[in-house]
Design a protein around this ligand. Structure first.
Ligand SMILES: [Zn+2]
Length: 142
């Protein structure tokens, strides 16, 4: 039985050799596919919308397959890079938001002028903050 699994996995490895396989863009497309599956179930009763969702779900699945088995590696890698260039700043912002929510000792204010995030100790009452970057005054409660 082990030999059987070994044969299957080595055949799969041989098949995938020189193909794109999974990258970050494919992981994202797969996540999108799952979200679309859920939406499709949720909106199954709304005819035109559910048809559109079905099409999008199918398109996402086809795209994942196509990119996974593609042999055009430079093109797939370029796509993945474009995706990462778009996604990384979002991911960094999401991580920052999560960290600020977990930080109970500080309050965070965003400068309206230059969008710099200013951190102040929590529990000081009403305060006036001066933005360290542009000098804009921010009024806030900490
Ligand atoms: Zn500022």
């Amino acid at each position: 039985m082990r030999n059987f699994f070994y044969r299957i996995s080595s055949a799969a490895a041989r098949f995938m050799y020189g193909r794109n396989g999974g990258d970050q863009l494919n992981a994202a497309l797969l996540a999108l596919y799952l979200v679309l599956c859920v939406l499709q179930t949720l909106f199954a009763r709304f005819r035109p919308l559910s048809l559109l969702l079905q099409l999008l779900t199918l398109a996402a699945a086809v795209l994942v397959m196509y990119r996974m088995f593609s042999r055009n590696l430079p093109k797939r890698q370029a796509e993945n890079m474009r995706f990462l260039n778009w996604w990384r700043p979002i991911q960094i912002r999401l991580n920052g938001m999560k960290q600020r929510r977990l930080d109970k000792d500080h309050k965070y204010f965003t400068c309206k002028n230059c969008k710099t995030i200013c951190r102040v100790p929590a529990g000081k009452g009403k305060i006036e903050i001066t933005c360290p970057k542009c000098g804009q005054k921010i009024m806030g409660k900490s």
